[in-house]
Design a protein around this ligand. Sequence first.
Ligand SMILES: [Zn+2]
Length: 85
Amino acid sequence: MPEIKEMFECPYCGNNCLEEVMSEVFLYNPITHLEKNGDTVYGPRNKEGQIVQFQCVTCGWTIDVQSTLALYKYLTSPDCPCKPE
Ligand SMILES: [Zn+2]
């Protein structure tokens, strides 16, 4: 499984960090510890929602696909403009 920085380089700013933008999100936060004063420790959080797009973390350059499978196909297509050298 390749790291994202091996698959993505922003054609606008050259950064290698990609983020998923979601809407209508529900977060599920499992509670593992709960103190008398209300201090809480959470386990790994889960989310559910709709993917709107993927974008460069630095400049917001957008990839307009709505699933990680479609993102993979986009990044591995021969004419993808964001391949790192
Ligand atoms: Zn960028």
